[in-house]
Design a binder for this molecule. Structure first.
Ligand SMILES: Nc1ncnc2c1ncn2[C@@H]1O[C@H](COP(=O)(O)OP(=O)(O)O)[C@@H](O)[C@H]1O
Ligand SMILES: [Mg+2]
Length: 433
């Protein structure tokens, strides 16, 4: 099969890397890709929302299957555009329809979906600017801290968790007043859940599903989970506290009703579902759905799949997932993201990355994989081009060992203002058997 992966981050590099290992993979393309994907695939010019460029690439390269990395094109209806185009309707496509993508595109839609299908989640109500008084009353009925979420996509920044009622009421007014643009026209207010978060990943064809390895990500910029939120500074899989008993609850209480709920609602969903969960005293509650894989969790998760991902993706797109079995490695994965100093605020770009002899170490046999996120080529040199620059994954048994391997590898990669978190995985040591 000829495959096109849409996207340009570490997530897409990891997905492409895994697809490349399949015997079914003939030609592999990424749009737009990055210098990392260029090592294993052909990068094509074009953006993930540029339908004309995508259509041209699919037809020119006889693409059999399209795999969408980010949520944006899905929320914008890329799958529906394929379905409506006579030249593209038969191309296999991994990613939900626009309605399915609303699980991520609208927090209110997701919450309604969960309550309709009895899926455990924080209790909530949604408000617009016409019902501020009721929103205040609802806030007064809750315990601090307060969780306020902009309904729409807000680049991962649309959630505020004020500590006091006063701040919550002020934040509510700012959100409804346009602090997050139209994404905040509706605000979801929900009960604060106490627990530890874990991400669960599912591949579904709308009827059956495969459960991918779970992961924990590290969102804050600073050691000890302090400081500003980022796109993600690291990931670990497996997650010790997500043991067999917990995962069984996740499957029965969340995954099955989610997949069945999509079918019952008549929603065409063939793709990934990322379920952000809170483990509250051993019981799982859904924090949010995303309609794509997470970054950098993907850079850990993909390295633990031993079965043929492309075969799974083909089955998903064809609606024939029932015959597929996923095989997950006993070995764990630990990923550390190297970022540009200053990120997630302002940072410099265009710094040459040295140690490139190590950057190509992404063969299957290698226990070290380096996935490119924010890199580009400038005058024949590899340079930094984003906040998150590279994701370094090491596979092995046990977090402590993996940490001993990954950090010396990171030392070999050099660029101006390199920064990374030195504590990835430390909080999970106590859950290891
Ligand atoms: N009900 C909740 N209780 C406690 N923490 C929450 C709750 N909802 C969200 N959070 C915290 O806020 C973060 C962001 O919320 P989320 O719904 O995942 O939005 P997004 O990823 O779109 O910003 C979560 O990862 C979690 O740490
Ligand atoms: Mg989230």
């Amino acid at each position: 099969m000829n495959v096109l992966v849409l996207g340009s981050g570490g997530r897409e590099h990891a997905i492409a890397w895994k697809i490349k290992q399949s015997e079914k993979c003939e030609k592999l393309f990424c749009m737009p890709g990055n210098p990392g994907t260029a090592l294993i695939a052909t990068n094509l010019a074009g953006g993930v929302n540029d339908f004309d460029a995508i259509k041209g690439a699919v037809l020119d390269n006889a693409i059999d299957i399209v795999v969408v990395g980010p949520e944006d094109p899905l929320v914008n209806g890329l799958r529906d555009k394929f379905a409506a185009d006579s030249q593209l309707a038969n191309v296999l496509f991994v990613g939900p329809s626009q309605r399915g993508a609303m699980l991520e595109g609208s927090k209110d839609f997701a919450k309604e979906f969960m309550s309709r299908h009895g899926i455990p989640t924080a209790s909530y109500r949604s408000f617009t600017s016409t019902d501020i008084d009721q929103a205040d009353k609802f806030l007064e009925s809750l315990q601090a801290p307060y969780v306020l979420k902009a309904d729409g996509l807000a680049a991962g920044k649309g959630v505020l968790i004020p500590e006091t009622l006063e701040e919550a009421k002020a934040s509510l007014r700012e959100m409804l007043g346009g602090m997050f643009g139209a994404a905040g026209n509706t605000v979801v207010i929900e009960e604060f859940l106490r627990g530890i978060e874990v991400s669960v990943f599912v591949l579904t064809d709308g009827k059956d599903y495969l459960i991918l390895p779970e992961a924990k990500d590290y969102k804050r910029i600073g050691v000890g989970d302090k400081g500003l939120n980022t796109g993600g500074m690291g990931a670990v899989s497996p997650v010790g506290f997500a043991d067999a008993q917990f995962m069984e609850k996740v499957e029965e209480r969340i995954i099955k009703p989610t997949v069945n709920g999509l079918a019952a609602d008549g929603i065409d969903y063939k793709g990934f579902i990322f379920i952000g969960l809170m483990n509250c005293n051993g019981d799982p509650y859904v924090i949010e759905y995303n309609v794509r894989m997470g970054d950098p969790e993907t850079e850990a998760v993909m390295t633990r799949i031993d079965s043929d991902l492309l075969s799974h993706l083909e089955a998903v797109a064809k609606g024939e997932l029932s015959g597929e079995k996923i095989v997950i490695s006993e070995e764990g994965a630990l990923t550390v993201v190297c970022v540009s100093g200053g990120y997630p605020q302002s940072y410099g770009k265009g710094y040459e990355i040295f140690g490139s002899e190590y950057l190509e170490r992404s063969s299957v046999e290698d226990k070290i994989k380096i996935f490119h996120a924010g890199t580009s080529m400038k005058e024949g040199k590899l340079v930094t081009s984003g906040g998150r620059v590279l994701a370094v994954t090491v596979n092995g048994k046990g977090i402590e060992k993996s940490r001993e391997v990954v950090y010396p590898e990171i030392d070999k990669i050099m660029y101006t203002n390199k920064y990374y978190r030195s504590d990835i995985g430390l909080d999970l040591l106590k859950y290891e058997k």
